[in-house]
Design a protein around this ligand. Sequence first.
Ligand code: NAP
Length: 313
Amino acid sequence: MPQIIAIGPYSDRDATALEQDFDARRVASLAEMAELPEAERKDILAVAFMGHDPFDGARMDLLPSLKAIANFGVGYDAIDVEAASSRGIRVTNTPDVLNDDVADLAVAMWIAQARDFEPAMQHLRSGDWGRGRKLPLARKASGRKVGILGLGRIGREIADRLAGFKCEIHYQSRSRKDTPEGWTYHADPVDLARAADDLFVAVVGGPQTEGFVSAEVIEALGPDGVIVNISRGTVIDEEALIAALESGAIRGAALDVFKGEPQVDPRLIGMKNLLPLPHIGSATAETRAAMGELQRRNLRAMLDGREPETPVN
Ligand code: NAP
């Protein structure tokens, strides 16, 4: 009977590696795991987890021998880490290997939003260009004052890229960071939004940052501002964002993540000043392969009783 269970929608490559290297049993979701007979759950030692459904204490208790959860992804807000620690369960994640992809995407979304890629492509595809019709002018991206909310691993990569676009860098974190000269620290998100033209959201998700981008932060950004969110949908007060996009209180937004995803609030879907993407921050073949390898190295270390490379608890 396998002692490892792989939960989630793995690629063929990762599924094969988990089966071959760990003799892992695969299920699509936590709900499917919960439906396994008790005899099949009781000896499971480790979970290779991929997904965003809540992995809470009650679900951990369905696996009474569980000692390790190796998460596929850097964001582990779906896992109740406190519940895991109190049960003696180690948790790992996959940081750093995805920084470049997520930062690339954030900057690409920001430029695509400023330069009106979607209407411009539509202008060509519809034949309007060929018919000699005029396309309204877009807005310049380079040289803006940008605010990075959360100068962690990904936030720093975004800031480094934006510095190359001649932007003035402002950031908010819980403490000052060692940064290049000229970057400005703000202790408060509202102050950050007030100082910045555009705002990049790169803080962790989870209950501690829920609604961190509040109505006040959005208002402080002002009518020319754009919000780019690659962190988690929960970080933004989505009602306040929708109201601001509808009223023109901000210029626009570019979102890779949504509250309640993959369901997206229908009011957002049709908005012309929103650039929406279906959570593809780390979705390249190269990065997903690196994430899978790191997940499996962590899993192997925990099963062998060694310290994992990237522990969470
Ligand atoms: P990280 O290095 O841990 O940085 C997280 C940032 O969040 C830090 O700036 C940290 O602040 C801040 N933070 C943590 N706890 C906080 C709290 N309680 N209150 C306020 N700020 C808090 O994480 P990362 O590797 O950059 O990843 C950031 C997030 O990006 C992940 O958690 C994940 O949700 C998201 N992500 C999304 C995608 C995607 O596909 N769109 C892909 C990967 C990651 P300090 O600087 O003060 O420590």
